[in-house]
Design a binder for this molecule. Structure first.
Ligand code: KIV
Length: 266
């Protein structure tokens, strides 16, 4: 299917669910990856707070700041001309009350030019989602494994409390979220939640029956240097390509084979 030339909208995502067209979302944090993800016809580009781990080498997403999300979000929102650009609300703004959360989301929307924000939360954050949506800011929910709560959850592990998962996803949708990310939950639970919600679910480590799938770009292209979760499929081995190119270039310089005639200007 050829990607459409206009920007993906919230109604497009809703009709994808109705028409059972699988949705795609991939992270991007900078100009080249934003452009590549966009050009590939991916529906949503996520400027995830995973930037703290993937790009900055931190051990969790907790250190990501609002300023950093604005910095990366602005670059990606300029790079992506047709995908819906979603920027993560960093910890702990969704826990600081409706007004503070709206202020932070408004900054993300105004200063990046993105189309929506994503926030991690349980049913306890439903009022915050409702307030942000009432302010005219589209919200994507994120339930299940919430990486910002990694210490409370005891690690990056599968979430199995069916009642809580179901209540959290329903609360996000009822509060006005236009889609809900389901991270690391059993596939039968994800399937049941997907059937019960009117809005699309986007899964990561949640099996094939979600309305869409999301992956971290660096995992997808084999560029992640640390642990890669079991739910990832790498479609390229970029890490090896880069390491090999660097070794070859270094050797050429040492052997005075670079620059050659072709790369010499005069
Ligand atoms: O920050 C992120 O990249 C995410 C995805 C893993 C869904 O939240």
């Amino acid at each position: 299917m050829t990607p459409s030339s206009r920007r993906i909208t919230l109604p497009d995502l809703a009709s994808a669910k109705q028409n059972r067209r699988p949705l795609t979302m991939v992270t991007a944090y900078d100009w080249p990856t934003g452009r590549l993800v966009d050009a590939a016809g991916i529906d949503c580009v996520l400027v995830g707070d995973s930037v703290a781990m993937v790009v900055a080498g931190r051990s969790s997403t907790i250190p990501a700041t609002l300023e950093q999300m604005i910095y990366h979000g602005e670059i990606v929102a300029r790079a992506a001309v047709r995908a819906l650009v979603v920027v993560d609300l960093p910890f702990p703004f969704q826990h600081l009350g409706v007004r503070t959360a709206i202020e932070a989301c408004a900054r993300l929307l105004k200063e990046t030019g993105c189309q929506a924000i994503k926030l991690e939360g349980t049913a306890g954050q439903a009022d915050v989602i409702r307030g942000i949506v009432a302010a005219g800011i589209p919200v994507m929910g994120h339930v299940g494994l919430r990486p910002q709560a990694v210490h409370q959850l005891g690690g990056y592990r599968m979430q199995r409390d069916i009642e809580q998962l179901t209540a959290d996803a329903k609360a996000a949708a009822d509060a006005g979220a236009f889609a809900v990310v389901l991270e690391c939950i059993p596939q039968q639970v994800a399937a049941a939640i997907t059937r019960s919600l009117k809005v699309p679910t986007i899964g990561i480590g949640a099996g094939p029956e979600c309305d869409g799938q999301v992956l971290v770009l660096h995992d997808l292209v084999g560029l992640s240097l640390d642990h890669v979760p079991k739910f990832v499929r790498a479609y390229a081995d970029t890490k090896t390509s880069i390491a090999d190119a660097l070794l070859r270039w270094r050797q050429d310089v040492i052997e005075r084979k670079f620059p050659g005639e072709m790369e010499t200007l005069g």
